[in-house]
Design a protein around this ligand. Structure first.
Ligand code: ADP
Ligand code: ADP
Length: 225
């Protein structure tokens, strides 16, 4: 059985169908990219997997358990957004600690785990800073640390590089891939950028107009079935 198995997932907003009969799987530790043009439903699909928006029908099996009925907190899924979505009035370490405080972890454990993930994203020296004192790339690394600190079973990355300039984008791309491999973390990465998809992924799921049109490794994208 696959680590993640998305079966016949459907979503509409009112009369408008956003995606239809989405089927794909990911194995443990796999880096899967959802590639497709803007507006094809990628972001909505990730939000549905995280539980931030409800699906109309379908099943999402994570380690054999259907997570569709679960609240976002119970799903153990981390998500990073294009816009960072940090709390502006909290320091880096408090932003990262937030999820663990919600879980009522002991203060010493929180401090240790926050230190570990800040080290992972190479931001140890920035723990006491506020988001407005950081660059865009640094903010995104804080967002990544915040999503990793709860040790999620699945990491969802929604265009995390799109707001950054080219040099920073390459650096963060490499960093994401290194961390993902180090943690053997099953990851779904959403992008409309073909080069990003080709350089990062174990597998590419190609979406268009709410449907999956192709699914395979990078080479197979360019070979007609
Ligand atoms: P992508 O991430 O591929 O750019 P989205 O998932 O953001 O695509 O959007 C897919 C479609 O769903 C778009 O046409 C968008 O306008 C629509 N959409 C997204 N969110 C909502 C919403 N909350 N209500 C209605 N339509 C929405
Ligand atoms: P709230 O509704 O609690 O004010 P949000 O609107 O920020 O909070 O988030 C809605 C839900 O999504 C919350 O239950 C939260 O746990 C979950 N959530 C927020 N950020 C993430 C994330 N990075 N990964 C997974 N789930 C998240």
């Amino acid at each position: 059985m696959s680590y993640l198995s998305v079966n016949q997932l459907n979503k509409s907003y009112g009369p408008t169908s956003i995606f239809q009969d989405i089927d794909f799987t990911a194995s443990e530790g796999e880096f899967v990219t959802l590639l497709g043009p803007s507006g094809c439903g990628k972001s909505t699909l990730l939000r549905c997997l995280a539980g931030l928006t409800p699906v109309d029908s379908g099943q999402v099996l994570l380690q054999g358990q259907d997570i569709v009925p679960l609240t976002p907190q119970k799903r153990s899924i981390g998500m990073v957004f294009q816009s960072y979505a940090l709390f502006p009035n909290m320091t880096v370490e408090r932003n990262v600690a937030f999820g663990l405080k919600m879980q009522k972890l002991a203060a010493a454990d929180i401090q240790r785990r926050v230190g570990e993930v800040l080290e992972l994203v190479e931001l140890n020296d920035y723990a006491k800073r506020y988001p407005h004192q950081l660059s865009g790339g640094q903010c995104q690394r804080v967002a990544l640390a915040r999503s990793l600190v709860t040790r999620p079973r699945l990491l969802l990355l929604d265009e995390p590089l799109s707001a950054l300039d080219a040099r920073i984008r390459r650096h963060l791309r490499d960093q994401i891939r290194r961390i993902q491999k180090e943690l053997n973390l099953t990851t779904l990465f959403v992008t409309h950028d073909q080069e990003e998809a080709l350089t990062l992924s174990d597998r590419i799921v190609l979406m268009n107009k709410g449907k999956i049109v192709q699914n395979g490794n990078a080479e197979s994208l360019y070979t007609q079935p």
